[in-house]
Ligand binder design. Structure first.
Ligand SMILES: [Zn+2]
Length: 291
């Protein structure tokens, strides 16, 4: 122990053989920590419940990033306000994007831009994760060798989650499979698990919504007798309350079906603090409210 501390002081780094990985979002941090041996220290930049579209790196974040051996981010402008920081770091550090691991044709396009919310298709997220692990292996071969059993065990869990999500959403009658949320985070989810998805705000929470959006989605709720709409944890609920009010003022009946995790996990020691736990929460909430 004393020796380890001594090493830390002399080198200015943490213990000599630890590999520091900094992930921007909780979804990335959790899947990496689940796969990697304790030789890697995985730290997450954005705290639980933080909206990545609006997030700006603090001075503390920059020093964390500068001390990292590897930085893993989502890409496709999810971290919209960190673009410059990540670009600068990529000349000094190993910077890996989850989205770069996928062929372009698997990415969703909306209004000429790629949809960044990849983690909502479990199979796609698994492929991204495996690609990132391969990139890490190029720099830290023994870490990936040591992690072999953990990786295959976790990938099995992800495959099981994918099947669970698919069969749970399939329980909802087809005509009621309409998921209305605060922003367009669930496009990949809809494509993968066969449920129509509508977001009040656009693909980024930077865009706002207007009365036209309220009327258009309000009409759709009334015409399809949609029972429930959903609040997103990382976005203030006012948008969905406005929609609720719009529909009810026109005689429609709709309620809030529950809270969904969209762009952030919950605190690490809670069920939805893991990628798998977050997904299970969302899918069970959606299925109960819409079925
Ligand atoms: Zn989003």
């Amino acid at each position: 122990m004393f020796f380890a501390l001594l090493l830390m002081n002399c080198s200015g780094k943490s213990t000599n053989d630890k590999i520091r990985i900094v992930a921007t979002t909780g979804m990335i941090g959790d899947v990496l920590a689940s796969c990697l041996d304790t030789q890697a220290i995985v730290q997450v930049l954005m705290k639980p419940g933080v909206d990545p579209h609006l997030y700006k790196a603090t001075a503390g974040d920059v020093s964390l990033l500068l001390n990292a051996d590897i930085i893993v981010h989502n890409g496709l402008h999810l971290e919209g306000k960190m673009g410059e920081v990540l670009k600068k770091l990529s000349s000094k550090k190993v910077v890996i994007a989850m989205s770069d691991q996928l062929p372009k044709h698997q990415l969703r396009m909306i209004d000429g831009a790629h949809d960044p919310h990849l983690w909502f298709d479990v199979a796609l997220w698994t492929t991204s994760l495996q690609g990132v692990l391969k990139q890490i292996q190029r720099h830290h071969q023994t870490l990936i060798e040591r992690s072999g059993a953990r990786i295959s065990n976790y990938v099995q869990k992800l495959h099981a989650l994918d099947r669970h999500v698919d069969s749970t959403i399939a329980m909802i009658p087809k005509k009621r499979r309409i998921l209305i949320t605060a922003h367009d985070a669930f496009g990949y989810f809809g494509r993968a698990y066969d449920i129509q998805v509508i977001g009040l705000q656009g693909m980024s929470t930077l865009s706002d919504f207007g009365i036209n959006d309220l009327m258009r989605i309000g009409d759709l709720i009334i015409q399809n007798n949609v029972r429930s709409i959903f609040v997103e944890m990382s976005i203030a609920p006012r948008s969905m309350q406005a929609l609720l009010h719009n529909v009810r003022s026109r005689g429609g009946a709709v309620n809030i079906g529950g809270n969904l995790y969209a762009d952030a996990l919950d605190s690490p020691n809670t069920k939805a603090g893991t990628y798998i736990g977050m997904f299970e929460h969302n899918v069970s909430t959606i299925q109960k409210a819409l079925q």
